[in-house]
Write a protein that binds this ligand. Sequence first.
Ligand code: PEP
Ligand code: MG
Length: 754
Amino acid sequence: MPHSAVGPRVLLRQLREVMAEPETAQKRLDRIVVLIAANMVAEVCSIYLLRPGGLLELFATEGLNPDAVHKTRLRVGEGLVGTIAREARPLNLKEAQTHPQFAYRPETGEEAYQSFLGVPILRSGHALGVLVVQNRAQRHYSEEELEALQTTSMVLAEIAASGDLDETLATSVPRATDAATLHMEGLALAEGIALGHVVLHEPRIEIGNPIAEDGARERLRLEDGLDTLQKSVDRMMSRADVARGGEHRDVLDAYRMFARDRGWAAKMHEAVASGLTAEAAVERVQNENHARMMRMDDPYLRERLHDLDDLAHRLLRILTGQADTAAAGELPKDAILIARNMGPAELLDYDRSLVRGLVLEEGSQNSHVAIVARALRIPMVGLVEEIIEEVEPGDPIIADGDTGAVYLRPTSDIEKAYAEMARFKAKRQERYHKLRDTPAVTGDGTEISLLINAGLPVDLPHLEESGAAGVGLFRTELRFMIASAFPRLDAQTEYYNAILNEAGERPVVFRSLDIGADKVLPFMAQVKEQNPALGWRAIRMALDRPALLKLQVRALLRASAGRDLRLMFPMISEVHEFERARALVRQQEAYLRDRGHTLPERVHLGAMIEVPALIWQLPALLPMTDFVSVGSNDLCQFLFASDRDHPRLAGRYDPLSPAMLKVLHQIVRETEKHNVPLTLCGEMAGRPLEAMALLGLGYRSISMTPAAIGPIKEMVLGLDLGKLQPFVENLLDLPDHSVRLALSDFAKDHSVSV
Ligand code: PEP
Ligand code: MG
């Protein structure tokens, strides 16, 4: 069996010489096929490159009919060449013509050749083309020959993807904009519609020169790179927040295992020994791993290969010194960021004015990046599988954060429809914006206090923009959820102070830390619970571990020096819990007074009504509180014993059911009796029909997501409370599942905008 004449090192050296000469890309390819054929003792060597529209075109050949060049074309998946491109793996055949995928192309004259060895030209796991050698005799190509061809194809990939190509070849590199539209479905995580262009959060890495000039130097570079990589993974592992365990740690454990994996390192060393630079060797091994990953059905193994992929990426960044994320580079003015996952701080690194949307392969409702995206009003879709595989930077893309749909390279029809929708939304926004300074007073003269829910400093400007009366719920835990370490006293004080300053005259109601259940702090050990929503969370955790609450209360008191502090406690289930929390505040006031600190002008303390048991204790509770606020999200989940995040239960029970409305009504009556201010701050406050029902029940203060202020105010302005109130009271004893329809009819009959 003939072996390659001189081996890949010599071939690579010859390729480098070809590349160094000032020639057109076509001439280079013509010379390269001759070199490869000679080197591999093959009668034929051909290069097929992917053309726009998914066609593989014969670009250069030694041995086949030269007239077939730029004429012979195969679709991806068609023939042997198309199969290699589709499956991203080599084919090594003794008798090519008996293979079921063989497609005969008479113009090439290839019927004379029996044996066939083809490898994909891969870049970042994508096939850019196929490199083939053929021989007349029936022969099986050796492992070394396959290796040599793969190494060579690596170089071709870098050439094809580099910017040094002339016109002919440049048009042959697959331009994703010409590729087909792709419709993908994910999970809607932050509302809004985004039209723009793809920016990879972690840009693909440019290798530059794939051929080594000094093999020994490249070997050292690879060793140093691996060493730096191992150290950086060890550092990550020892960070306090990771060391305590959790999912995070499992991923890093796998990382550490791979970072020390001998097999992986050995493969990369082999690639360097064959004549590649260190970075090209990493990419070469990564390509194979990537192709394997794409074929893997087992989700666990796939995930592990994903980890290895991530690690190879890190190593490439170390070797090339290229920036970690696109935030540091130039962005188009309508960037839609695509990433596997992202931390909240990474999103905050981007220039907000340029980011239109965010699409992740992972992510969930409560992931921190989703929380930040909602606060920044960046439409976001999560759980879009393998989108990174499909996109090219600069591809046009639509992300629909309302439905979870993603359209990659949309057709002009889809684009028009979405652009129209976006314009319509913008117009509606304009209408709401005009209402900004109009007081929220019903048609029959009752003033309603419309407040916003907030949780991050980026929410505060919405106060001014929306014309809301204040912040009805400031979820303090968000700051903790996105931090990598526990915020100390001074940092917290400064933070609350900044929030109060930003709000100016408008009141802010802070809620003490509501952690546990779905709200996990990255730096705190998470206790596994059977029923986390019913578990050790919120005020329960705060009272059992008072150090956290003490620190937070002290910071809030200091930040409010000389002005009013409004503070409420989440998940109060019995009066005694409120009393203990209040005692803790009093103790902190005394502590600060003794040390000569200025105290707040007034401290208003409130309880959140989220646990049904508290409703029967209102006569005992209300005389102690300065205000109360209904957390209708939790109240509804506990009232119906129905997990608020369970996808199968979503929408099963309606907050507009007689039971829920009756409970809400009772709260109004009790607070009126005791003359205690009442607000409702769950999601229902931000939905016009639900909010209308609340006003009918007697609520005069509601707090909602900032984007809802406009639509709710529009509803309020057209409302006749005198008519609505008796109407709603009449619904309370119905046996119905929901009274939504009746309320809708009322709105229609009275021209209320809902
Ligand atoms: C609620 O439960 O209604 C509420 C406002 O609190 P959160 O949604 O933060 O639990
Ligand atoms: Mg709650």
